[in-house]
Design a protein around this ligand. Structure first.
Ligand code: SF4
Length: 208
């Protein structure tokens, strides 16, 4: 599902959600599938930021805070779940605004800071990257008009310490979760009454 909304600053947020489940009661569950393995506990909040971003956009467009955010890791058969509240999504919005403000400042100053990480090994620009002793080509003289135009409208806010303040996501092992059984039923026996309905969401906590 493509979702999009515009903040009061004029900044447009949009994304593509893998799956949105709607219970008969109107409750929403946002689901995203990852081919890799689930992150360690220290990186759960970072992984969940994408889901909170989706939840924020859904909240702004439909007026409903999704009941559950669910990341499904196919690489090791684990799921991460999180039940967001309004404060979560307001913090996510502040963080998005702050990120956009940082991008705007970098665009105005031409000071784009590289950030070394494990992903550098896959980066096509490593040979040109200052973080690895390279020299990047000069920046183009012209700047995107919509980016510079939005600069005066963004507000500067400190980056929230979202990763530290958020409660940990719920880690679910597949053997206790009907949704996962249903997902894998092509290779395993079909379980009765499994399904993906919202009424099953809190049925098993044994895998936390
Ligand atoms: S090599 Fe440089 S540009 Fe590429 S990901 Fe790493 S820090 Fe970023």
């Amino acid at each position: 599902m493509h979702v999009a909304t515009e903040l009061d600053t004029g900044l447009t947020l949009h994304g593509y959600i893998d799956r949105v489940d709607e219970a008969p009661t109107g409750e929403l569950r946002i689901v995203d599938y990852k081919t890799g393995k689930s992150p360690g506990p220290l990186f759960e909040a970072k992984a969940m930021f994408q889901m909170k971003f989706y939840a924020l956009v859904v909240w702004r467009t439909r007026g409903v805070i999704p009941r559950m955010l669910q990341l499904v890791y196919l690489g090791n058969a684990e799921m991460l779940r999180y039940e967001p509240d309004e404060q979560d999504l307001l913090a996510t919005e502040r963080k998005v605004r702050a990120l956009w403000d940082a991008i705007t400042r970098a665009n105005e100053s031409g000071d784009w800071r590289p950030h070394r990480s494990a992903l550098c090994g896959w980066c096509d620009h490593k040979a040109l990257c200052p973080a690895w002793g390279g020299t990047p080509p000069p920046l183009p003289q012209s700047r995107p008009a919509d980016l510079t135009g939005a600069a005066g409208q963004t507000e500067t806010v400190p980056l929230p310490t979202l990763a530290r303040s958020s409660p940990p996501a719920l880690r679910v092992t597949p053997r206790c979760d009907p949704a996962w059984r249903d997902l894998r039923r092509g290779r395993h026996h079909r379980s009765r009454g499994g399904g993906l309905g919202g009424q099953h969401l809190s049925g098993c906590r044994g895998g936390t």
